[in-house]
Ligand binder design. Structure first.
Ligand SMILES: [Zn+2]
Length: 269
């Protein structure tokens, strides 16, 4: 049987795909990447996300939320609209939400408030979360520490193994361990293949196949072989092969388990 992969984190509505969006999706599907989660993470992206899922009903589902970089688009007035999107048939998660101290280091309190205003949506709509965390340029700008601290009081407790995912995981093993203990999977993408990322590879090895899912975060962060180019979901098999080699498992086992993990987290589609 051929391998099926789930691309758990794509931004296919990015203008980088305006010229060939359908071809990109078709090419990925041809390589086995036949399930994709589109991250619609700003009010201005929600309708586009829903349209994309409607155009590819067998293949595309959506996360809806407000990313910290889009804090300027948020006001309490958009919450009813977000709740409306989370009730659509295509909605599988809240996200991506979290803390970004790289681009928005000066707005910690506002970002935390934005995160905390969206967390109750998980219990309300029985949805897992896609978390974004990016540390700042100095050690005290530790987004992982602040995010994991904030989640200590997060009450959503579904009767399943995962409550969410730390997408594009780039924290320490200590961060990963805390996340795993609170029911968060780790999202692995092209950064796993970057030459300097021995620490990340070691962290993913310790976390193990049971706790990881695959993603691209396209159009950003292509694997090492294509750095500087546009990323897209067709890179998932290449990322998967690198992870499989590092973990010492076969490509098929890697595909099967990460797909099972993804469906366990987001529901099967
Ligand atoms: Zn993203």
């Amino acid at each position: 049987m051929c391998m099926v992969f789930v691309e758990t984190h794509a931004h296919l509505n990015d203008p980088a795909f305006n010229a060939d969006r359908n071809e990109v999706i078709g090419r990925a599907a041809g390589l086995g990447v036949s399930k994709m989660i589109e991250i619609a993470c700003a009010p201005s992206e929600w309708a586009q996300g829903e349209r994309l899922a409607a155009a590819f009903p067998e293949m595309v589902r959506c996360a809806f939320g407000v990313h910290p970089e889009y804090i300027k688009e948020f006001s309490p007035a958009v919450m009813p609209e977000l709740e409306n999107y989370l009730q659509k048939a295509c909605a599988v998660a809240v996200g991506e939400i979290g803390l970004d101290y790289w681009w928005e280091a000066g707005r910690k309190a506002e970002q935390l408030a934005l995160l905390e205003s969206q967390l109750p949506l998980c219990a309300k709509f029985s949805k897992p979360v896609v978390f974004h965390a990016r540390n700042g340029k100095t050690p005290e700008l530790n987004a992982y520490a602040d995010l994991l601290e904030a989640l200590k009081s997060w009450e959503y407790r579904p009767a399943k193994r995962f409550r969410g995912v730390l997408h594009c995981f780039c924290g320490s093993w200590a961060d990963a361990k805390i996340g795993l203990d609170m029911g968060l999977a780790l999202g692995v993408n092209g950064t796993f293949t970057y030459k300097k990322n021995d620490g990340l590879r070691e962290t993913i090895r310790k976390a193990g196949l049971d706790n990881i899912i695959l993603e691209t975060d396209c159009p950003y962060l292509p694997p090492q072989s294509s750095r500087g180019k546009r990323n897209d979901p067709s890179f998932i098999p290449e990322i998967a092969a690198a992870v499989a080699a590092h973990l010492g498992v076969g490509n098929e086992a890697l595909a099967d388990k990460t797909t099972a993990n993804s469906f366990e987290l987001f529901g099967e589609f």
